[in-house]
Design a binder for this molecule. Structure first.
Ligand code: GRG
Length: 306
């Protein structure tokens, strides 16, 4: 296998080319909207979800080009979620991916529209097939569209965001709801960040022609990667490493949001992240996928190294 860094660099270049081709442009798309979407999509994300999608496709022996539309669609959805999460009505953040957030440079209304545009365009991209549709491809695409829509929607990411919002929203008397317990925190993150990470891995496997057992193994591993990713995100927030987060550090703790270090302490949180990776390895072994690149990608996702 090629070294991980070479693999990541090569996949990122492919994904960036495919994203550039997928983004709506003039004359069909109004220039300010096209510019706004492009600003956020090209602002320097790690592309971990699309890379996981392509790697899952390859892990089961598929041609990664078959997974590229799904990989790009998921990155568009992820980018929309970041744009909307940063809005003053939500997290009110002015920095993302090391750059000013979209509403800071283009205004709130355009940032909302750019998010709307990225979300809807993602599904147009999933449904399109320039090389022609066979029945097998239609079946796979319909399955992937369902998985991605569910992961992004009210019982997935949007639902997780709603739980998160409720935690910091006082009632009419100014009283905050009781803090989430450990299960509540886990469920919130499983929806808010885990669902899309799982959808990325499953979509890649499905587009590559995976069997049910392989899809299940990839899904289980991705769920563990997603949980570990969130635990590490909380640790970095506490440790104040804005550079690694690409956003303002310390905000979650300052907002009184429930975090893993707050619940378990830093040491236990670190151990929990490692245990997630162990369970991911076990899940992949069950479908003989332990020698694929997925574990390496999983570790990279969790560690956030560039
Ligand atoms: C607004 C509907 C809606 C949903 C927002 C995912 C999310 C839900 C908000 C993001 C808030 C946040 C910063 C969560 C921590 C985990 C996370 C998603 C970090 C950013 O993802 P990376 O590290 O970012 O993959 P890049 O910029 O590399 O793509």
């Amino acid at each position: 296998m090629t070294p991980l860094n070479d693999y990541l660099e090569a996949r990122r270049a492919e994904i960036d080319t495919a994203l550039a081709a997928a983004l709506p442009s003039l004359p069909e798309c109004p220039a300010p909207l096209a510019d706004a979407m492009k600003y956020s999509v090209t602002a320097g994300g790690k592309r971990l979800r699309p890379i996981l999608c392509l790697a899952s496709c390859e892990a089961i022996g598929g041609d990664r080009q078959a997974a590229m539309p799904a990989a790009c669609a998921i990155e568009l959805i992820h980018t929309y979620s970041l744009i909307h999460d940063d809005l003053p009505a939500m997290d009110n953040d002015t920095m993302r991916r090391g750059q000013p957030t979209l509403h800071v440079v283009a205004g709130e209304a355009m940032a909302i529209l750019a998010g709307d545009g990225l979300l809807t365009e993602a599904f147009a991209l999933l449904a399109r097939e320039p090389r022609g549709l066979t029945q097998t491809l239609i079946d796979r695409k319909v399955r992937v569209i369902g998985i991605v829509a569910t992961a992004a929607g009210p019982i997935g990411m949007v639902g997780g965001q709603a739980i998160d919002l409720a935690c910091v929203t006082p009632d009419a008397q100014g009283t905050l709801p009781p803090a989430l317990d450990a299960d509540g925190v886990r469920l919130m993150h499983a929806k808010k960040t885990g669902a899309l990470i799982r959808a990325a891995a499953m979509s890649g496997a499905i587009m590559g022609g995976a069997r049910d057992g392989e899809i299940e193994a990839v899904d289980r591993a991705a769920a563990e990667f997603g949980l570990a990713f969130q635990i590490v995100d909380d640790i970095l927030d506490v440790e104040g490493v804005s550079k690694d987060l690409g956003k303002t550090a310390g905000k979650d703790a300052a907002a009184g949001k429930p975090t893993y270090p707050a619940l378990y302490g830093l040491e236990v949180s670190r151990r929990m992240a490692h245990e997630c990776l162990d369970r991911a390895g076990t899940a992949l072994s069950a479908a003989s996928l332990q020698d694929s690149r997925l574990m390496e990608i999983g570790r990279w996702i969790v560690e956030r190294s560039n």
